[in-house]
Write a protein that binds this ligand. Structure first.
Ligand code: 5AD
Ligand code: SF4
Length: 495
């Protein structure tokens, strides 16, 4: 039976592909966004609360259900929201039916993602029990605002991510019976730091170091839904990393829409590359990842840090979006094809091999067949290790919404298929070239089949492997790759 396996080179704003895996039947034990595994819960004592906790907590027996859509930033926001709720006395439950508070943390990067939320709200309406409170958080909340109350009057809380610091106050209003509570201000220089984070994954911790986005890509809603860039102070980040290490986490993934645009607001003024090295220096931390990088701010100092410190994983996600300089200009990406390729050349010159992955949009308004052909030649030139591809989706408030020469849906679909086939061949070859290579693997999944495990390499490939050992979850093992498919490797544990 062919199992499916998320190839897990997951992009910040929405996983686009779940591809058939070569080895089959391996079920990741990592709790996914939906159907969270409450056994994996860990409570993290984080920084001091910076919003005064409300005097009143939740009423006795209060429970919440939280479903997350979209990117890793949303996944991590949900971990922090869950922490806020737990510290107010709520208990987390796995079904909306059993919850007194039902929350949807939403994504609006593409139209389909946003629609999903309204269909979820519609579905749930019929089941809503008396006294049950429903809230919409995240990007759709920010984008639609109070309009949500009109479209779904059974919703009583609408809160965008830039207002999460106010969540305790907003929850107090909800608990007091207020039917229309909003947190929609994006004009903030605050980041969301919580006293308690309820992390889903027991080995790899997400940690947001910069929120919002100041880039103004013509197609993108993020600057509207997540507000301006706000970086978290380096001392506070390093303190949390030390706490994570003490709790037994060995891998940390630093998050931001443009993570490498990090600008330390404290007097230390740490550069992003210095922060990477400082995080890797924390005793107990074995792997440090970061995503997503913007090509414009990707400098030689980051490559030098990767070269100098093997704990920094050898993987960089560097979204290109298009291979055509003309389209890149229309998209306001602030680099040309050649400038992007210079960044790639810099990474390829590094003293150790670094996996490179990317995001591509097909069918941006006015994208000609020749522009698209340039994207295909860019894929051939760069030889990406993985790629997330999207059909252009017109979004509210964005400059590209009113651009002429929309590409018909059928043509977008055709281009997407061609792009994915091209990349599939590239990936098959790249992965095949890794057979007989040894990898250090963080084991994160156990198959139902005996002696079958899975995990990630430092370069963020999924590898499914055999081992006679027991209790490997969360450990690092050496694995020899013995086979390869387009989306993952297979192997066996070696000593
Ligand atoms: N349409 C399609 N894809 C988009 N992305 C962002 N906005 C849009 C849009 N309007 C893609 C970009 C980005 C990824 C997270 O989502 O490729 O890098
Ligand atoms: Fe959106 Fe561009 Fe910011 Fe990325 S850099 S979040 S694509 S505006």
């Amino acid at each position: 039976m062919g199992g499916t396996f998320d190839i897990s080179l997951d992009s910040l704003a929405g996983r686009s592909v779940t591809l058939e895996d070569v080895s089959s039947e391996c079920t990741s034990e990592l709790p996914q966004t939906q159907g969270k595994d409450l056994r994996a819960v860990r409570l993290l004592p984080g920084p001091e609360p910076q919003t005064a906790p409300c005097a009143t907590g939740a009423r006795d027996g209060a429970t919440f259900f939280l479903e997350t859509f979209g990117c890793q930033m949303n996944d991590h926001d949900s971990e922090k929201v869950a922490g806020v709720l737990l510290s107010r006395g709520y208990k987390q439950v796995e079904s909306p039916d059993a919850a007194s508070l039902v929350l949807y943390n939403t994504c609006s990067i593409r139209e389909k993602a946003a629609q999903k939320v309204f269909s979820r709200l519609g579905e749930y309406r019929t089941k809503q029990a008396a006294g049950q409170v429903i809230g919409v958080l995240g990007c759709v909340a920010q984008q639609e605002g109070k309009e949500i109350f009109e479209r779904a009057p059974w919703v009583s809380l609408v809160c965008g991510s830039a207002s999460y610091r106010k969540l305790p106050e907003l929850l107090a209003q909800v608990e007091a019976g207020n039917q229309r509570v909003t947190g929609l201000n994006t004009d903030t220089d605050e980041t969301f730091e919580t006293p308690v984070t309820r992390r889903d994954n027991p080995w790899r911790a997400y940690l947001t170091i910069i929120e919002g986005c100041d880039k103004a890509c013509a197609y993108c809603v993020v600057p509207f839904t997540r507000g301006p860039e706000r970086s978290r102070a380096s001392d506070s980040i390093l303190k949390e990393v030390r706490e994570l290490a003490e709790l037994g986490y060995s891998e940390v993934q630093l998050l931001g829409q443009t993570v490498n645009s990090y600008a330390d607001p404290s007097s230390r003024r740490m550069r992003f590359s210095e922060l990477l090295l400082a995080v890797a220096d924390v005793p107990g931390m074995r792997r440090v990842r970061f995503t997503t990088s913007h090509p414009r701010d990707f400098g030689a100092d980051i490559v030098a840090a990767l070269e100098a410190q093997p704990k920094l994983c050898n993987h960089v996600h560097l979204p290109v979006q298009s291979g055509s300089t003309r389209v890149l200009r229309e998209m306001v990406r602030t680099y040309t094809r050649d400038e992007y390729l210079e960044k790639i050349a810099m990474l390829r010159r590094a003293k150790r091999p670094i996996a490179i992955t990317t995001d591509v949009i097909v069918g941006f308004p006015g994208e000609t067949e020749a522009d698209f052909a340039e994207t295909l030649t860019l894929l051939e030139e760069v030889q990406y290790d993985s790629l997330f591809s999207f059909k252009y989706s017109p979004r509210p408030n964005t400059p590209s919404l009113s651009m002429p020469d929309a590409i018909p849906e059928a043509e977008k679909s055709r281009r997407l298929t061609v792009l994915q086939e091209t990349q599939r061949e590239i990936q098959s070859k790249r992965n095949a070239s890794l057979v007989n290579t040894r990898f250090e693997v963080l084991v994160s999944g156990k198959s139902r089949r005996e002696n079958q495990w899975s995990g990630h390499t430092s370069c963020h490939r999924v590898i499914n492997f055999t081992s006679q050992e027991q209790n490997l979850l969360g450990t690092y093992v050496q694995v020899l790759a013995t086979g390869a498919g387009p989306n993952s490797l297979v192997g066996e544990q070696v000593t």
